[in-house]
Design a protein around this ligand. Structure first.
Ligand code: XMP
Length: 528
């Protein structure tokens, strides 16, 4: 039986069959992920592959096009990452973006020079060449977004210069015959107004790709692939209340029906109402068999006296495995385990090597290796926004589909010091107030995460005529797009005031509310 592992990105993704596929060659992950998403927004399926991919590997995937991403490097440094030159011989249409365009120029006989000064931010693009495939019909000049130091001086022989800017003599080149295209600007960013159209023309005209990647076809492909993987076997899926595990379970349920059993471990560290909500959606609405294990007493007993953050995480992880095992023993013969792994998890787990930022993985539910299941990962090639759309299409309620991320170790990472049932009850109550107030202000979706934290200190207060010596609660709300960096949310003062007065009035033992105004970095999102 297969073990728990992430297969290399050069392997075929679960969705690639049946769709025209564009491979995005990764020279810097933050650019390539965005490009891959934009390609899918044009309804063409895309996958990210490492820059070390060989011509034979590309040929085996039979892509209809290649996009070489931008990246932080310079083509002139000794260790510059280049592309297997035989890839150029395959005749697959190719678009280079920024570094990718410079690389095509450099490798195919054009030239790239170090500019006196770089070109960063907005630039005016002058479009030339009536025969342009990418830029035809666009008015000129056009605002585009640039971020480069080196500049292409001459395109590969045979290619035509189809756009320039003040600092870039070759802002775009095209060799329509050979299917070679390069743009110095970034069509994937929003500030490049014509970006979507440029990418769309490359895909539809340059690659002749069929725009067939739609929500309906994603569901069909996912359901079909799960059904053929599981066959007439049985699967289990741990639900956390979060969107990823919920959507993964819904896909598998559609594929194998009653041969899926879901498991919900009540760690005692979940948010208010979470267990009921999962039961209602999965048991009552979908009719999924759900095993709920109330393991809160075991969790609190194991956490007693522990204050050090990493030790708390370790204990929560160990308890989770034990509780999951207890639940599993009630399920006969399940040989498949469903996981809500997403495409960014696959990319960030090190499958591509040229990212300048590496996200550390901290998942509870990281089950031990001797639990030998075959993994079913129906969301493995999807981005978060695609997963949300899929969840909606599958009939999951908006409260689950648009839920904010919640850490695996739950409220334990928001209680500083010892995690006791009393501290958890205070925090859960305060957290429910924060969520309710943000929801009623219509802010819950635009805030990345918003929650309460319980520090391990006491402060003096006065309530009525009496001095109090109570606990403060800290409110944390951040905006972010990927949790790697975050800014503190500028919540309206009246929302903060409503939260503060309700927490003080309703949560026993709390006499002060503070708001965390630190970005990440230097702080993290969670307090731990
Ligand atoms: P930090 O606190 O490192 O958190 O800025 C970054 C993001 O990760 C979430 N987080 C976790 N998610 N298991 C998870 O699935 C965990 O153990 C875990 N710890 C932190 C955190 O909520 C934020 O979104």
């Amino acid at each position: 039986m297969r073990q728990w592992q992430v297969s290399p990105l050069t392997a075929e993704g679960p969705h690639s069959r049946g769709f025209d596929t564009v491979l995005v060659v990764d020279f810097g992950a933050q650019y390539s992920q965005l490009i891959a998403r934009r390609v899918r927004e044009c309804q063409v399926y895309s996958e990210i592959v490492p820059a070390s991919i060989t011509a034979a590997e590309v040929a085996a995937r039979q892509p209809c096009g290649l996009i070489l991403s931008g990246g932080p490097a310079s083509v002139h440094v000794d260790a510059a990452i280049s592309l297997d030159p035989e890839i150029y011989e395959l005749g697959v249409p190719m678009l280079g973006i920024c570094y990718g365009a410079q690389l095509i120029a450099e490798q195919l006989g054009g030239s790239v020079a170090r500019n006196e000064r770089g070109e960063y931010g907005r630039a005016e693009l002058t479009v030339h060449g009536e025969r342009s495939q990418l830029l035809a019909g666009l008015s000129s000049p056009l605002p585009v977004w640039m971020s480069h130091f080196d500049a292409i001086v001459s395109p590969p022989p045979g290619a035509e210069v189809t756009a320039t800017t003040a600092a870039s003599p070759v802002a775009a080149f095209e060799d329509v015959e050979r299917g070679l295209y390069g743009v110095q600007f970034h069509p994937e960013v929003e500030h490049t107004a014509c970006g979507r159209r440029v990418l769309g023309r490359f895909l539809l005209k340059g690659c002749n790709a069929a725009p067939s990647w739609s929500m309906g076809s994603i569901i069909d492909a996912a359901v079909e692939s799960v059904a053929s993987q599981i066959g007439d076997g049985r699967a289990i899926c741990g639900l956390s209340g979060g969107v990823d595990s919920a959507v993964a379970a819904a896909v598998v349920h559609r594929a194998v029906g009653s041969r899926l059993t879901c498991v919900l471990v009540d760690t005692g560290l979940l948010r208010s109402g979470e267990v009921d909500e999962v039961q209602q959606v999965f048991e009552e609405h979908f009719g999924v068999e759900l095993v709920c294990v109330d393991a809160s007493a075991e969790f609190f007993e194991a956490l007693a006296g522990i204050t050090e953050p990493e030790s708390k995480r370790r204990v929560v992880g160990e308890q989770f495995i034990q509780a999951f095992e207890r639940a599993r023993s009630q399920i006969v013969d399940a040989e498949f385990l469903v996981q809500g792994t997403l495409y960014p998890d696959v990319i960030e787990s090190g499958a591509t090597t040229h990212s300048s930022t590496i996200k550390s993985h901290h998942n509870v539910g990281g089950l031990p290796e001797d639990l030998r299941f075959e993994l079913v990962e129906p969301l493995r090639s999807l981005f978060k926004d695609e997963v949300r759309a899929l969840g909606t299409e599958l009939g999951l309620p908006p409260e689950i589909v648009h839920r904010q991320p919640f850490p695996g170790p739950g409220l334990a990472v928001r209680i500083i010091g010892e995690v006791t049932p009393e501290a958890t009850a205070i925090l859960r109550h305060a957290d429910a107030i924060v969520r309710a107030e943000l929801r009623s202000a219509g802010l819950e979706r635009e805030i990345w995460q918003s929650f309460a934290v319980l520090p391990d200190i006491r402060t003096v207060g006065v309530m009525g005529d009496e001095r109090t010596y109570g606990r403060p609660v800290v409110i944390r709300a951040v905006t972010s797009s990927d949790a790697m960096t975050a800014d503190w949310a500028r919540l309206p003062h009246d929302v903060l005031e409503a939260i503060s007065s309700r927490v003080i009035a309703e949560v026993d033992g709390v006499n002060r509310v503070a708001y965390d105004i630190t970005s990440k970095p230097p702080a993290t999102i969670e307090w731990e």
